[in-house]
Design a protein around this ligand. Structure first.
Ligand code: NAD
Length: 412
């Protein structure tokens, strides 16, 4: 299915999505609408609301992840991203697609304890672990009923210019939620007990977005012929080495990975700031900011891409079950668990990275990018919808993509 999805009309694309995800007429109507939420919903979500703000929703095709086919909804304003993800997924499919794994989904809550001897307090806290975990677990009936909830705790000492402090960390199996609220609730709920046990004073009680116990890792093989041959494979590996050894390149390289992850996360109503913060911190885990992916070639000369990063996402909670389009997007993905969603997002990140570095290591990104950029410029210059493609094409042919040239062409 989904051959030449990009050549279809909007109606044909929606027909295909409806069939693939077995959407009902109501869900179809949401896709055909204007972006999901009205003012009343917006007004309940944020303060001082005055309206809503729409973004494009597109579908990345060709994804096979852990032997399952996916159509990936992506919400993003940047041209080329969806096409690039689809292209990379198509190449990965030749050798079986993406193999991804997410072993555990523990959220981390932090409790800052001051005015204590850290060593004594650590001993006291650890010897009362069960009591603390039991109290934490009374704060969420839902998680307890599901056999999930607070699982472990640990303590670490940090030295600061303001003195030594003890940080207690609570590890919570948050099931299919991002779990920010339940984590904060549990941390606040056990603070008095922790003070009593440690003899110190608890200050902050809050989730850490550095979700290193929610890592997703995975890999894919990209066929050397499809990529353009051995030289391109070698150049991609050199491009990766540049990123892995130079922060200025690595930040842009990882931004490209996040282009895909954040677009798919937006579509499914995730907290994208949490994902980005964790990704960048993880890129710097060695003490130096590096690439979130690794690229090498196998004995056949095909390109092998690997990726690993924290992925804190949910299928329940936040706006996931509130935003109508996010709900339909989750249905399009046909995901059953938050862990599966995390794997999809990270696979999209790997695909996005492949497309970006393949273009950079061969013809450069401007050729493909500028075509789409030219359409935006044409629209910004006031071109009518039926004029946009021809004006964009003319500007690309002339090698002169500017708002002034677009205005001239609109008026001609
Ligand atoms: P939430 O509190 O809205 O919903 C999660 C709740 O859903 C759980 O507490 C549980 O009671 C219930 N639930 C039902 N079925 C479940 C299942 N199968 N698995 C797990 N829980 C289930 O949402 P959340 O995930 O706690 O928080 C997400 C929201 O919190 C996001 O909007 C995020 O932006 C926001 N937030 C983020 C931060 C941060 O990142 N630092 C801090 C505070 C809030």
């Amino acid at each position: 299915m989904t051959t030449k999805f990009f050549e279809k009309s909007r109606k044909e694309r929606i027909d295909e999505i409806v069939k693939f995800a077995k959407l009902d007429p109501e869900e179809r109507k949401i896709l055909e609408g204007h972006g999901g939420i009205g003012f009343e919903q917006a007004d309940k979500m944020v303060e001082n609301a005055i309206g809503t703000f729409s973004f494009p929703l597109g579908i990345a095709t060709n994804f096979v992840i852990n032997n399952k086919e996916y159509l990936v909804p992506m919400v993003i304003e940047e041209p080329s991203v969806i096409a690039a993800a689809s292209k990379a997924a198509k190449i990965a499919k030749i050798h079986g697609g993406f193999s991804m794994k997410n072993d555990e989904s523990y959220s981390i809550g932090q409790i800052q304890i001051i005015n204590v001897n850290p060593k004594d307090a650590t001993q006291k806290i650890l010897s009362h672990s069960k009591e603390i975990l039991d109290l934490a677990n009374t704060k969420s009936n839902t998680l307890s009923k599901m056999g999930k909830g607070a699982r472990e705790l640990s303590c670490k000492e940090i030295s600061t210019p303001a003195g030594t402090m003890l940080i207690m960390e609570l590890l919570i199996d948050v099931g299919d939620a991002m779990g920010a609220n339940v984590t904060n609730t549990m941390c606040e709920g056990i603070a008095s007990l922790v003070e009593k046990i440690s003899g110190g004073k608890v200050l902050l009680r809050i989730l850490s977005n550095y979700s290193t116990r929610r890592l997703v890792s995975g890999s894919a093989i990209f066929d050397k012929e499809e990529l353009g041959g051995e030289q391109i494979v070698d150049n991609i590996i050199l491009a990766y080495q540049f990123a892995d050894n130079d922060e200025y390149r690595a930040v842009t390289h990882n931004k490209g990975i996040l282009n895909g992850i954040i677009a798919a996360a937006n579509a499914t109503g995730q907290d994208t700031r949490a994902i980005e913060a964790a990704a960048h911190a993880y890129a710097a885990k060695s003490g130096k900011y590096r690439s979130l992916t690794q690229w090498s070639k196998n004995s056949q000369g095909d390109l092998v891409g690997k990726i690993e990063l924290p992925m804190s996402v949910g299928l329940v909670g936040g706006i996931i079950n509130v935003h109508p389009t996010a709900k339909v997007c989750a249905k399009i993905l046909q995901i059953n668990t938050a862990s599966e969603l995390a794997c999809v997002l990270v696979a999209v990140g790997l695909a996005q990275n492949l497309s970006a570095i393949r273009a950079l290591a061969s013809e450069g990104i401007q050729k493909g990018h500028m075509k789409l950029h030219a359409r935006n410029i044409a629209a910004a210059a006031g071109a009518e919808p039926e004029q946009i493609d021809s004006i964009a094409e003319k500007m690309v042919q002339e090698g002169k993509i500017s708002i002034n040239r677009a205005r001239e062409l609109v008026g001609s």
